[in-house]
Structures are given as C-alpha cells and as structure tokens.
Design a protein around this ligand. Structure first.
Ligand code: NAD
Ligand code: UDP
Length: 367
C-alpha cells in the first residue's frame, strides 16, 4: 500500500471519502454512484477489484488493492487526509459463521476496532455498516407455538426499542451478530464520551446485480440466498429451501440502499450518532415464497427449459453444518431514516428481482 495516497491538487479534506470494502456488493454500488453523481474524491480499499474494473481509471478514485489492515501507517495517512470513512469491509456470509467463526469475529470486531481509534484521533466521521442481524430472532421465536406467550411484538425491529435476542454460544451462527453488536456498542460508547462522530447503518437483506458469486463459476462455498437460487435457476437444479424455507426476510433493492447512504452524506448533522435501519418492510416474504417468485420471474423471462424449475427441502444441518440457527423474521421499522433523512425505499420486490435475475443471466450466460 506504499505511496498510495494520490495527491489531487486543490482537493481539500472535506471532499475525500475512504471506503474500505469498496469492491464488494454494496461498496461497488456506492462507489459507482459517488463517482458518477457527486464530486467526492474516493480512496477505495479492497482485496478484490473484479466488480469495479470499469471504474479503476476514474480521476476521482484512488483504488488500493490490498488487505486494509496490512499497512497501518498508510491507513492512518489515508484516514487523516479524509473527512468520512464508509466502513464496509467484513466477512458477512452466513455459511462462514459456522465454518470460519474466528475470522468472522476478527473481521467484524477485532480488526475494524482500529478504524474507531483512527477516526477519533483525526476527527473523521465513521459511517459503519452493521447488520439487521444484531436484532437476532423475534420474541415470537422464543415460543414454539409462535404465540409470544402474551408478549407484545409488533414484528418490526426498531433501532431504539427492540430487544436483541440470540441463541447460546454453541450456536455459532450468532458470532457475526454479536461481533457486529459489540462494535455498535463500542461506537456508542466512543460517541457518548464525545470522542467520535459516527453513523450506524443496519442493512436488511440488500439484493441487486453483482451481489454474490455463483459457486463453481467465480467462487466456492455457499453464497447468500439470492445467489444460491440464481445458481439453481441457471443450472436448472432444484432451489433448496433450508428447513422448508419458512424464515422471512424483507429484501431491499440496492439502488434504494445507495439512495439512503447518499442521504446520510447530505445530512451530516441529522445523521450524527444515529442508527438507521435501511430496509423495505413492504418487501417481506418467506424464503419459500421468494423461491417460487424467482422461479415464476425466470420462467416469464426465459422459459422453463426441459427440466422445469422446482424446489426441494433440505435440513439446515445438512446445508450449513452444526451450529446454524436462523433468524425467523426481519421487518425493519424505517421511521428514523424517514424522519432524519427523508429517505424511504421505492422499489417493489417484483421489480427488484426482475432486474437482479436479468443482471445475473446477462453476466453468467456465457459460462
Ligand atoms: P461483500 O462480501 O460483497 O463485500 C465486502 C467486501 O469487503 C469484499 O469485496 C471483500 O473483498 C472486502 N474485504 C473484506 N475484508 C477485507 C480486508 N481485510 N481488506 C480489504 N478488503 C476486505 O459484502 P456486502 O454485502 O457488500 O456487505 C458490506 C457490509 O454490509 C458488511 O459489513 C456487511 O456485514 C454489511 N451487511 C450487508 C448486508 C447485505 O444485505 N448485503 C446485510 C447486512 C449487513
Ligand atoms: N436459504 C435457503 N436456501 C439457500 C440459501 C439460504 O433457504 O439456498 C435461507 C437461509 O437459511 C435463511 C435465508 O435463506 O433462512 C436467508 O439466507 P441468507 O444467506 O441470504 O442470509 P441471512 O438473511 O440469513 O443473513
């Protein structure tokens, strides 16, 4: 990472943003928007540039292909000459929570802790990507009949009032949620002592083009559900429903999510030391319903092919191994983002899926 801070004449610190993880799914979409629709200069750091090859020569991008923690002096140098860090670099794929939990904890808590210290020392605003998974399960999940045993449960997670409910330590799935939650608590602590300006983003299942790799083509292992289902559609194999696909998620189109980040950047005072759920409560459905919706969209766009398109059930133990537990349901309460930023999502699930399915087919049809 040596000599990597590009000196743009006359660009003062307030126009400079650092984005660790700018080559990932969310980072690549944010980067593209910032370079095409704003005047910011961006220093982007990622181990991979495969999603952003078209942006690499941009005059307002200084891209460093490296592990962000490999050269702490250069990281300090980059952050001290910027005004904002948008922190996205992390391991965040559920199949990793049970297979490499130590690395998951390190990448979501231990290593990024230095970003807090660096931003604090240099008076830099840290916009941190946490996760909706910090909420864990709903209260209803604690009762096998789903009754909540008389507890009130609106179903929507609220930043200020919802409880955070996770399973035992042996259920390793929760290592990611708890690492992210402790990081949020660290941000809150530094902020409450007036030592840091921060904003926490809790994404609710963003989807869109370039989301995850397709196993066997440009990656190995198990990606998130959208890419698992796309692989099944592209290879005409059954879409696997983990434990019957009864869990529910609220899927959010990436363009809406990027709008939210742009709104945060435009409203620094309203965003100061805030937590924002960023999600689309209108797009909630079960994973089984998602599978059938994706099949029907795919059939509508491309036909069914010889073998047709089907689903099959698989146990979570078989699919993810021991230590997996699921979040039963996630609906965001997005009133804080609406109140502070004027933001609300606009893309319904059918449109979001059509765009995403088409983008995947275009990208992978040659393989
Ligand atoms: P992603 O895996 O697509 O992107 C993460 C990027 O970080 C990758 O490009 C990876 O190469 C990079 N990276 C990881 N560690 C690095 C390191 N040490 N040095 C350099 N680069 C490194 O994930 P994403 O979906 O874009 O998620 C980004 C952030 O948002 C993560 O913090 C994640 O926890 C959070 N999040 C995302 C979602 C979602 O719906 N996509 C949901 C909840 C939380
Ligand atoms: N899932 C599934 N089939 C798959 C992949 C995932 O049924 O091929 C389920 C998974 O068990 C979870 C949901 O889909 O209930 C969402 O999984 P994802 O990996 O997208 O991440 P999560 O929302 O759990 O963080």
């Amino acid at each position: 990472m040596e000599d990597s801070v590009k000196k743009e004449n006359g660009t003062d610190r307030k126009n400079r943003i650092v984005i660790p993880g700018c080559g990932g799914f969310i980072g690549s979409h944010i980067l593209r928007r910032l370079l095409t629709k704003t005047e910011f200069f961006v220093t982007g750091i990622d181990r991979s540039s495969s999603r952003i090859t078209d942006l690499l020569g941009h005059s307002r991008l200084n891209f460093i292909e490296a592990d962000i923690y490999s050269d702490s002096e250069n990281l300090r140098n980059i952050i001290s000459t910027s005004s904002v860090v948008i922190s996205l670099a992390a391991l965040c794929n559920p199949s990793l929570y049970t297979s490499i939990p130590v690395e998951v904890i390190e990448s979501n808590f231990v290593k990024p802790y230095q970003l807090i210290q660096l931003c604090s020392e240099n008076n830099v605003w840290l916009i941190h990507f946490s996760t909706c998974e910090v909420y864990g399960k709903t209260k209803a999940a604690l009762f096998s009949d789903g009754s909540c045993n008389g507890l009130r449960d609106s179903g929507a997670f609220n930043e200020d009032t919802s409880q955070m409910i996770v399973g035992p330590v042996s259920a390793q799935r929760w290592c990611y949620a708890v690492a992210k939650q402790l990081y949020e608590r660290a941000l809150f602590a530094w902020g409450s002592e007036n030592r840091l300006k921060y904003t926490i983003i809790r994404p609710f299942n963003f989807i869109g083009p370039d989301m995850d790799y397709i196993p066997g083509i440009d990656g190995e292992g198990t990606p998130r559900v959208l890419a698992c289902f796309m692989k099944a559609l592209l290879t005409k194999t059954p879409l696997k429903l983990v434990d019957g696909g009864m869990s529910r998620r609220s899927f959010t189109y990436i363009d809406d999510a990027v709008d939210a980040i742009v709104a945060v950047l435009k409203h620094p005072d309203a965003s100061r030391n805030q937590i924002f759920n960023i999600g689309n409560p209108a797009n909630e459905l079960s994973i089984k319903e998602l599978a059938h919706l994706m099949i029907s969209i795919y059939k509508d766009l491309y036909g069914a092919g010889e073998n047709g398109l089907t689903v099959e059930n698989v146990s979570s133990r078989e699919f993810y191994g021991a230590g997996y537990e699921d979040c039963d349901r996630r609906i965001p309460d997005i009133s804080n983002a609406l109140r502070q930023l004027g933001w609300h999502p606009e893309t319904n699930l059918e449109i979001a899926l059509r765009k995403t399915v088409q983008a995947y087919v275009n990208k992978y049809s040659g393989f």
